[in-house]
Design a protein. Sequence first.
Lengths: 308, 269
Amino acid sequence: MNDLYIIITASLVATTCALLGCFLILRKMAMVGDAISHAVLPGIVIAFLVSGSRDSVTMLLGAGLIGVLTTFLIEFFHKKARLQTDASIGVTFTWLFAVGVVLISLFAGKVDLDQDCVLYGEIAYVPLDVIITDAGSNIGPRAIYIMGTIFIVIVAFIVLFFKELFLTTFDPAYASAIGISTALWHYLLMGAVSATTVASFESVGAILVVALLIAPAATAYLITDNFKWMLIIASIVGILASVTGYYLAVWVDGSIAGAIAALSGVLFILALMFSPTHGLLFKKLKASHSTAENSITQPFSVDPADSR
Amino acid sequence: MIMEDKSITMQPALEIHDLTVAFDRKPVLWDIDLTLPQGKLVGIIGPNGAGKSTLIKAVMGLLPLSSGYVKLFDQPIDEVRKRISYVPQRESVDWDFPASVLDIVMMGRYGKLGLFKSPRKADRDVAFDCLKKVGMESFANRQISQLSGGQQQRTFLARALAQQADIYFMDEPFAGVDAATEKAIINLLRTMTEARKTVVVVHHDLQSVPQYFDWVIMLNTRLVAVGPTESTFNQHNLQETYGGKLTLLADVADLIRRESYPSREGSNR
């Protein structure tokens, strides 16, 4: 049963991240996802200090706000201070992350958070933290309920506002021209990324959540040319990585989150090699096929241009 | 009553008052004042960096105005968004995006649909109809990364048509388009203006200006001239717009005088 709980949690984290990751990579904002996942740390700590518990909505909101603030700061430094985008990302998230680290060490006694857990997560503890109802019955791990809720919210967000998200991702200037606010959808999406990161950080940690945001989406990008399929394939890749990653970790007796992230990388490389549309192998086959054809026709060619 | 009806049909498509746009305090457009009537095919011309694209972006509210205001059909821009369409520069988007031609054209329907509504069959029919108008119906399910430059441009045009707007702003729709496609597009724009649509086009090729446009906006940070092409597009205004930069000027003026236009292949662009 514990295996199943861990796999379900991991799959929920992976699919939620994968769905949002598709938007991030097409908006060329993969590194903004990275930035948010780190920058929410002070939000988590502050919300924890204020509310005094870990499973509160306050925590999600606090971190969500910090995440939106991060994207705002990145844009502010880029536009007003004329800093390069990558430099402004680098400055913003490391700074916020550092503030978070200081806060944790400062309130180490009061805060039930430790740095290792925040950075790397510990999904193996998921089955231990269960919800017990007033009647005293065990209704399963808390993480599954939190991640499940986030998953449903994100899926609903994408389904309901698919048009707006799709259009502002592909052609923001045109979207604004026809009256669809690019800023609004940008910040809503970033808020969603922040909330997801916060909900995921306990299970996979701030570093590995980036792998789940980007790798499955990048894998799906290599496999399909249809955006809706990209969302579906990215989710499947996320689940696949979670399941295989879990058993890999059990087999080698290593970190579960690490194995999941590592396997999502492996799946990416497989797609890079064997994808029917963008795969290197397929391209090579096609290339060698056409050169083979050329070598057949060449001896018979009387075109003087060939001798050049 | 009759007077009122008349005043509505005679409403200017676009009014720009004292418009100034600056980036970092450096003015890109300075004190532009102009009015465009409805139902005209209007060309915006001027040298590189004259602010041609900036002008249409500012009009659509995509850039902050330093001063001045803009009215479309006698109303502020946000009141009439549904009547406005835009064809951005082709290079402004990522053509490797996972989408089909039809996906892109369907975007033209999004503004009318509003929140929470998904496109219906009627929208799909409009999109197909617009693809037909630009001769791209057989490419509907084609991946956009596989399109040629001209096909990309026509896809954008179909998307703008699918909006069924009243005024269209187009940023260099002829860039990287072959001569045959350019002809087809200009014919399409003509039929649109005949249906009293207003089409404003950022344009580069001076030779084709008299042939293509009813009206012309001549721009070089400041507004040099605006008006019907035959009375406005003259040597004096060209000199004013391009300064000494254009050695071709005399030739162009010559062409206008003779009112004969050589084929594009013959021109030394």
